[in-house]
Design a protein around this ligand. Sequence first.
Ligand code: SF4
Length: 103
Amino acid sequence: MAKTYDKVTRYSNIANGYTNLAKSKLGFSNEEIEKIARSRKAVCLSCTLREKDYCSKTKTGKAIKNFQYEGIDRVKGDTHNGCGCLIEAKIRCMNCVCPTGKW
Ligand code: SF4
């Protein structure tokens, strides 16, 4: 099992997503990041865990592959809650992954 995902890493990732979102809104976006964000957003828009602008913490979905989420192994087929994140920020967090492994 991977090492525990610490709070500093979590807050750093949140800051990265919101910083990149702010840059995007202010017209200073990085095209590579925006390209990744558009690709991720297309997945989120058709996802059953999405609730308006958020990845709902109260909805659940099955992991579509084996992967690591915040340093913990997740197994394909297991059920997980959404992350609760603002999708526009989450998709711009370059070290973040979807809680069900969709991106
Ligand atoms: S981050 Fe993943 S689980 Fe959440 S809405 Fe997007 S695709 Fe769905």
